[in-house]
Design a protein around this ligand. Structure first.
Ligand code: BJ8
Length: 425
């Protein structure tokens, strides 16, 4: 890190020794997993810097924003509309939940058979190691899966300002109406928190800012269709992870710069792996920072990841919001339309997701799909069976993986993944 931030972390109430331990693990994993890769695009230097300063410079920026009167809102789900947050002059940060922490404390509040993502969100709070969580003026929970919905009841006792948003489970007229009324309620709560009334101009600007960020990621994704792949799946995942907490305009610029570089690489056939390396699409649960286990195993087992059908990936970023509305109400409708298309496995039935996975496999010329389910995640584990069937119909080999954040199954996963990659050659 470029300077000593210990004073800042102490003032925020972080547990310094726990936080040191977390940063040690994170820094070590980043070096071993990311910096050891060969022939990375130079533009990744930006993300290396962001990651090295993830609890430093970015937090200082956020605290400066707070000093200037801007509110910080934390979220755990891609259903929280960043457009509304930005339009009310606030900042949205994704709360990662990608590592085990303070598990013995967590298991006093949650059953052991809760998914790693939910446990992690509690662990970061109970261990007092997440400066994003500690700097948030409001945290948004969402009634998605049963695990999250019940866990928020307990999280509400641990954090100061938890706003729980209800979400539909069925895509129907009533489902859309519920989403619309919840987004209206969210807008009112955000306006009250910030003291800023959303206007036509501010909402339009916010929609354009978020669209630009998504368009940059779409551009990056389209580069991954090339063979040889100009960027590793690990580096592309990192860009998708940083999407959730970097300054939006700076993120958009940085991703577009990498894309300029990748265009040249594609023209020169300069890949990170040799041509005809087996190509894998990952589909399933979100992979939040620093959950890099699966892509690391895949890309050290002779394959390259060319896409993520995930909320930290294309499920989260694929659609833009129509910015052409003339009134706040019209643009709010456009926001509802945009988010209503997110095909999270909490929806029943959810045929759109199966179609999207088939489309992605074809578009990215994937030789095989790995379905990634977190242990105890009923929605995605249940849906992995129809996903496999849908892919079988298209003759696309599929491997279903069920895992958690521990390193105990790395050897076993590696053996299975190597055998799968061998089958794709
Ligand atoms: S829109 S995927 S970000 S809810 S892994 S907590 S589903 S038991 S994360 Fe998600 Fe929003 Fe849906 Fe996306 Fe539950 Fe499963 Fe745990 Fe999960």
């Amino acid at each position: 890190m470029s300077e000593d931030y210990r004073g800042m972390w102490k003032d925020m109430g972080l547990d310094l020794s726990g936080h040191d331990a977390l940063l040690d693990v994170l820094g070590g994993a980043y070096r071993d997993i990311f910096l050891s890769q060969k022939n990375r695009p130079e533009g990744m230097g930006y993300f290396d810097f962001v990651m090295s300063e993830v609890h430093g410079l970015r937090i200082r920026e956020i605290l400066d924003e707070k000093k200037a009167g801007r509110k910080i809102i934390g979220s755990y789900c891609v259903f929280v509309p960043e457009e509304i947050v930005l339009a009310a002059n606030a900042t949205l940060v994704g709360l990662c939940s990608g590592a085990d922490f303070a598990m013995s404390e967590v298991e006093k509040l949650l059953p052991r058979n809760t998914c790693a993502l939910i446990k992690s969100s509690f662990g970061f709070k109970l261990g007092k190691v997440c400066p994003y969580l500690e700097s948030a003026d409001m945290i948004v929970g969402e009634n998605t899966c049963d695990g999250k919905k019940k866990a928020y009841e307990s999280l509400g006792h641990l954090v100061n300002n938890l706003f729980v948003m209800d979400l539909p489970q069925v895509k129907s007229e009533q489902g859309r109406a519920l989403l619309k009324s919840e987004y209206q309620r969210f807008r009112t709560v955000v306006e009250t928190l910030t003291g800023v009334v959303i206007t036509v101009e501010s909402l339009k600007q916010a929609i354009q800012t978020v669209n630009a960020k998504r368009a940059a990621i779409h551009r990056l994704s389209s580069m991954r269709k090339a063979d040889p792949a100009p960027i590793s799946g690990l580096d592309a995942l990192l860009a998708n992870q940083v999407f959730f907490y970097d300054n939006p305009a700076r993120f958009t610029d940085s991703v577009n710069k990498i894309c300029d570089e990748l265009e040249k690489r594609i023209a020169e056939k300069n890949g990170v792996f040799p041509e005809k390396t087996p190509r894998i699409l990952i589909s399933g649960c979100p992979q939040a920072v620093p959950n890099w286990k699966l892509p690391f195993i895949v890309e050290t087992s002779g394959a390259v990841i060319v896409g993520e059908e995930s909320c930290v990936g294309e499920r989260g970023t694929r659609n833009l919001t129509d910015a052409s509305g003339k009134t706040v109400d019209e643009m709010m409708e456009a926001i509802v339309d945009r988010y209503y298309q997110v095909d999270c496995a909490i929806f029943t039935p959810n045929p759109q997701r199966l179609e999207h996975i088939q489309e992605m496999a074809a578009a990215y010329k994937a030789d095989g799909v790995i379905h990634y389910g977190l242990q105890f995640c009923q929605p995605y584990l249940m849906e992995s069976i129809p996903v496999e069937k849908a892919l079988e119909e298209k003759n696309i080999p599929t491997l279903r993986i069920e895992t958690d954040y521990s390193m105990e199954d790395v050897g076993q996963l590696k053996t299975r993944i190597e055998a799968f990659v061998e089958q794709l050659r």
